[in-house]
Design a protein around this ligand. Structure first.
Ligand code: SF4
Length: 452
């Protein structure tokens, strides 16, 4: 059996693309192995964040040098490969293939050629992004389903529109087909994935399907499917499990419409958690970031969401130390955090991404100041998370059991619909099942609970 090893750097989108590449590898007769046994080593890279890019560069150099010790094929794929193709080939001559995001259709061809011990010089590009057919990992009960790719927003600090291209939405028939396949394989929770899912748009026969429409279509489709399954004799090979939860990632605040809120409210299959990056609480910084909303509009949106769904939790991304950011701007960010009370946040300080408008902006914030500001943001978020968790003690919620607890094999780790982690006593046979749990206490960022 031919053996491959894959490493993934970067975001959820990259993880989903790695899962799809692994599905293709399996179809072509490859099996996963540790790096030292692999005939093919794949690095799926991301250039969106400096840290992920630096880690990928380190591995490229390390593996490129290792090829002097043993023979294997080294391929670099993903959006870093798209942006730095020439530089990778020049700086790391051991790399055999560099495949950008628009060369996916060449991936299978590359595998066949490698299997024959041959080499291909030119890998075709496709004019638009091609969605993979399957993102299922064997045994997984949570899965990503990409629904769109690329971004048209051009936030001034972000490289995504340049390396992943403009927005392309996936055919809804293909989305439903993949969801059905995943359900048949036992998946219980799916996350609809895209850089900006709220701007999903599919046009056919003079009709436009937007993101709220897609959500309603998926919810209705699953309702029908589950009704049919309930009426049919149970056949686990045909109906491995029920998708009970749907999440989506990532939402841009400017595109989160009232129509979308209604679609979520009307369909309890959508989890009561939304990741809604706000980046900065200062209108001056938001304008410089080209985010196309104000702090007032963001707060108003949060109020509307909470009015319609009081149980909803929100998480966010916060970027501090943007060029020109003042202490007053940072105070506005801290103020917005206190008002909204996010359950958790991904917090970063600004790093220059070459090729973006922000890279050319004056008034860069000194490193020391960026780090100090980030520390203040992290400290406040810790306080907010802790106080929100305290308020949850005594409440019950539905959870999906994900894993065995690290501390005891008699306990399991589960996630609530509101994206909180809970540990409670249960058999590991229950992994992949839903349960109802009372939250009893807090240990770090995890609840301890009991099944009810
Ligand atoms: S919305 Fe902005 S931050 Fe998000 S991917 Fe698009 S350009 Fe980047």
């Amino acid at each position: 059996m031919k053996k491959y090893h894959i490493e993934t750097y970067g975001c959820e989108m990259n993880k989903a693309e790695s899962a799809a590449m692994e599905a293709t590898l399996r179809e072509h007769g490859w099996e996963r192995s540790p790096e030292e046994d692999a005939q093919l080593v794949l690095l799926n890279t991301c250039t969106v964040r400096t840290t992920a890019e630096n880690r990928a560069w380190n591995r490229i150099h390390q593996l490129s040098a290792r090829k002097k010790e043993r023979g294997f094929v080294l391929a670099v794929v993903g959006c870093m490969a798209e942006q730095h193709k020439g530089a990778i080939q020049k700086k790391a001559p051991g790399v055999d293939y560099v495949l950008g995001t628009f060369q996916k259709q060449s991936f299978g061809l590359m595998l066949d050629i490698i299997s024959k011990g041959q080499r291909i010089e030119v890998l075709e590009e496709t004019p638009t992004y091609v969605f993979d057919a399957s993102h299922h990992e064997p045994g997984a009960f949570r899965s990503f389903v990409p629904i769109m790719h690329g971004c048209n927003n051009f936030c001034s600090y972000c490289i995504v529109p340049y390396v992943r291209g403009r927005e392309v939405s996936r055919n809804p028939a293909d989305i439903l087909h993949e969801i059905d396949q995943l359900e048949d394989l036992g998946v219980r929770e799916i996350t609809l994935l895209g850089q900006n899912v709220n701007s999903y748009r599919w046009e056919a026969d003079g009709q436009v399907l937007n993101f709220p429409g897609l959500l309603r279509m998926i919810a209705g489709h699953l309702d029908n499917r589950h009704a049919i399954a309930r009426g049919a004799p149970a056949d686990p090979r045909q109906f491995g499990g029920r998708i009970g939860w749907i999440r989506f990632l990532t939402s841009h605040p400017k595109d989160l419409s009232s129509e979308l809120v209604e679609a979520i409210v009307d369909n309890p299959i959508f989890c009561r958690h939304i990741h809604l990056p706000f980046q900065s609480g200062s209108n001056a910084v938001l304008a410089a970031m080209n985010r196309k909303y104000t702090r007032e509009e963001y707060i108003c949106l949060v109020e509307k969401l909470r009015k319609e769904m009081p149980e909803l939790t929100l998480s966010t991304d916060i970027l501090v130390g943007f060029p020109g950011e003042t202490e007053e701007d940072l105070d506005e960010t801290l103020d917005l955090m206190r008002r909204v009370r996010f359950s958790y946040a991904f917090m970063y300080h600004f790093n220059t991404r070459e090729g973006t408008p922000a890279a050319r902006m004056p008034n860069k914030t000194p490193d020391k100041v960026k780090k100090q500001r980030l520390a203040r943001v992290i400290a406040l978020q810790k306080e907010i998370t802790a106080s929100l968790m305290e308020e949850r003690i005594g409440q019950t919620d539905e959870v999906l059991i994900e894993d065995i607890s690290k501390r005891s094999s008699k306990e399991v780790l589960a996630r609530t619909t509101r994206d909180e982690m809970v540990v409670f006593a249960a058999s590991q046979k229950r992994i992949g099942h839903f349960a109802r749990v009372r939250l009893l206490s807090v240990a770090g960022n995890t609840f301890r609970g009991e099944e009810v």
